[in-house]
Design a protein around this ligand. Structure first.
Ligand SMILES: [Zn+2]
Length: 146
């Protein structure tokens, strides 16, 4: 099969259903930010986006920008994707990252140089999926921010 034939058969990127309570998370990458909900009642940061705080069930929250750097707490290399959209990108890494404010996020990890390792510094880049959806992707092996 040629690359052209494969591209024609590649399905679209899997998309979230956008709701009032998750739209700002997916839009924030357009401005180069990770924005997460912070509960107005218990003040805990909420990841991933939800309609209610998972800690105290409050529906009240505000959006706050998060650090664009952190360290790898754990990671895995994906050799077979659940969704065929990702087949051309195999193998790739996914990681649990400790942002520098202690918030933990899960996401794709791009190894800019060499294989990633637990404890590695990561920065963040954003992948535009469509007009409303930008996904943060962690990058290891890059130069740490000063
Ligand atoms: Zn809460």
């Amino acid at each position: 099969m040629s690359n052209h034939e494969f591209a024609a058969e590649r399905p679209g990127h899997p998309l979230p259903v956008l709701e009032e309570w998750n739209r700002p998370f997916f839009a924030a990458g357009a401005e180069g930010e990770i924005r997460l909900q912070v509960c107005s009642k218990c003040q805990r940061t909420i990841y991933f986006p939800r309609a209610f705080c998972p800690y105290c069930a409050s529906p009240e929250y505000r959006w706050e920008a998060q650090p664009l750097s952190g360290t790898i707490e754990s990671f895995s290399k994906v050799w077979k994707a659940e969704n065929p959209y990702f087949d051309p990108e195999l193998p790739f890494h996914i990681a649990l990252v400790d942002l520098h404010n202690g918030v933990k996020m899960f996401g794709r990890l791009r190894a800019a140089s060499g294989e990633p390792a637990i404890g590695d510094h990561v920065s963040v880049e954003f992948i535009q999926i469509d007009d409303e959806i930008w996904l943060p992707r962690f990058v290891s092996g890059s130069v740490p921010e000063s």
